[in-house]
Design a protein around this ligand. Structure first.
Ligand code: FCB
Length: 455
């Protein structure tokens, strides 16, 4: 059989995040996070659910590591809950929080699964939000302080660190669109927040290197290729506009040391920034943000198609037929992953890439025989892995792939109704059931890590 698989040392993983799976919201000294507050506010989470229990991973983590062993993954990307480590945002450390993650890391290492640790996946201590959250520059310093505690405890065992997950979501969904915690609808506040998130990344990058010099440090961006709905000049410009605000606003400072000038102008024109532009950027900030990265984490789910509405405003629209949409309403568009990876390689001086999230929400549950036939998820994974491989064949340096997600979990503003897991969760009993996609992923990994394997 001809082997057209991935390199033997390609890292195969699954991803989760603390708030989405852990539960145990008030145990062992954990403080309140902005997501606890947001989910407890009526009307914020679509299905009215919260994550007080979620997947109860805080108590079931040993069992969940067994699921990863069943899959045969080589790595597990998870995040650390800041409110478990420093419940007051700054100040005293909660040792019980560090103990929890230390036990998790030790067990992963014991069974040969590499911990790939994200320091911030959106659960900011509420006390910091009360002081302005990410729009307050002091939060960047608080993040370094919290991260230092984590790195001092785990830096001898964890060799891959992600500072932030998806700064665009933190800033734009959290502070501009009001769709995520903390729920602001204030574009200028969002741009400040984005800058402070990036700044805290840069400072933390430096800090990690001082405590764990051999570690690999990166950041995870959600990147969405944007395409014009037509060839009209207005639609082409709308696609440029979207790309600037969504992708380049983060890629450029990180990889080029500057914000994209056209997007700064767009923001001024939209009234999101004053005429003097980025007044909150101080001398030295961009240099810190652009410190070299060991890897870039790419989360890919779909593309955006842009057109201009009746008033000439750019607008993202869905053009695909219903059967090509996931339960999130996101278009199935694997070619976008290929194009994105190639673009990163060609347009930027890009470090090696890990695909740190990729997956799909489909609600398929157990049939009468208890089997979850989630064929659409299998197809999603299969086509996106094929796209990844095509990009690698075109010369892009991709080192690993993490499926989102190990388990169905609390999908933020959508609640538990959207299911991304390879394992089905029965929330009432907390039973985990392997979906067909879990078996498929297991077999795919196996076929691609043995010399005889084939896709
Ligand atoms: C990403 C998030 C992740 C999950 C997926 C579906 O934006 O990083 O936590 O919610 O989307």
């Amino acid at each position: 059989m001809k082997r057209k698989g991935f390199p033997a040392d390609f890292l195969w993983g699954v991803a989760t995040s603390s708030f989405q799976i852990e539960g145990a919201y008030d145990q062992d000294g954990r403080g309140e996070s902005i997501w606890d507050r947001f989910a407890a506010t009526p009307g914020r989470v679509a299905d009215g659910s919260n994550a007080r229990v979620a997947c109860d991973h805080y108590h079931r983590w040993r069992e969940d590591i067994e699921l990863m062993r069943e899959l045969g993954v080589g790595a597990y990307r998870f995040s650390i809950a800041w409110p478990r480590i420093v419940p007051g945002g700054t100040g005293p450390v909660n040792e019980a929080g560090l103990d929890f993650y230390e036990a998790l890391v030790d067990r992963l290492l014991e069974v040969g699964i590499k911990p790939f640790v994200t320091l911030y996946h959106w659960d900011l201590p509420q006390v910091l939000e009360d002081r302005g959250g990410w729009s307050n520059r002091d939060t960047a310093a608080a993040f370094v302080e919290y991260s230092t505690h984590v790195v001092k405890r785990l830096g001898d065992r964890v060799s891959s660190w992600v500072t932030h997950n998806e700064p665009w979501c933190i800033a734009t969904l959290g502070y501009e669109k009001g769709a995520h915690a903390p729920g602001w609808e204030d574009p200028e506040r969002a741009l400040r927040a984005a800058h402070h998130v990036l700044l805290s990344h840069g400072w933390t990058n430096e800090m990690i290197r001082s405590y764990a010099p051999a570690a690999q440090v990166g950041i995870v961006l959600n990147l969405t290729p944007s395409m014009p709905a037509s060839e009209s000049a207005a639609d082409v410009d709308a696609a440029r506009w979207f790309d600037g605000q969504f992708n380049r606003w983060f890629l450029d400072p990180l990889l080029r040391g500057s914000y994209p000038a056209d997007s700064v102008q767009d923001r001024i024109q939209q009234g999101h920034l004053p005429d003097d532009g980025l007044s909150f950027v101080r001398a030295g900030d961009l240099k810190a943000i652009a410190r070299p990265l060991d890897f870039l984490g790419v989360n890919y789910y779909t593309r955006a198609v842009l057109h201009t509405d009746g008033e000439g405003k750019p607008e993202s629209i869905v053009t695909a037929p219903q059967d090509e949409l996931t339960d999130m309403g996101w278009e199935l568009y694997p070619q976008g992953l290929h194009d994105l990876l190639v673009r990163l390689d060609r347009e930027y001086d890009c470090p090696p890439i890990y695909i740190t999230e990729n997956g799909a929400a489909y609600s398929d549950g157990p049939d009468d025989a208890g089997r979850v036939r989630d064929t659409r998820r299998v197809e999603y994974l299969r086509t996106h892995l094929a796209a990844t491989q095509r990009a690698m064949a075109a010369g892009v340096d991709v080192r690993g792939y993490f499926a989102w997600s190990l388990l169905d979990n609390f999908e933020w503003g959508h609640g538990i109704a959207k299911r991304f897991g390879l394992y089905w969760i029965d929330y009432a009993s907390q039973q985990r059931i392997a979906k067909d996609s879990a078996f498929w992923y297991r077999d795919f990994i196996q076929a691609n890590t043995t010399a005889q394997g084939a896709m």
